[in-house]
Design a protein around this ligand. Structure first.
Ligand SMILES: [Zn+2]
Length: 71
């Protein structure tokens, strides 16, 4: 789910407003050279506690985790 930076959202841990931090290709990893997937993942940061997270996987069914996350 991509959100506009100016859109004020609430996140369920501390119920504070969040801001869009940036977009990263789904295949980005710390080691290795995977080709870009072409799918951008949105990362947000909580304006109060600074926790960084992505809303992308919140709605995924178990089967999608098995198919798309390697570990
Ligand atoms: Zn927070």
């Amino acid at each position: 789910m991509l959100q506009n930076k100016n859109q004020q959202l609430d996140w369920p841990i501390c119920h504070s407003e969040i801001s869009l931090l940036g977009l990263v290709d789904f295949n980005k990893s710390c080691g290795g050279d995977l080709p870009n997937s072409g799918k951008l993942i949105d990362y947000h940061v909580c304006n109060i506690c600074q926790f960084v997270f992505s809303q992308e996987m919140y709605g995924w069914p178990k089967e999608q985790f098995i198919n798309e996350v390697y570990n």
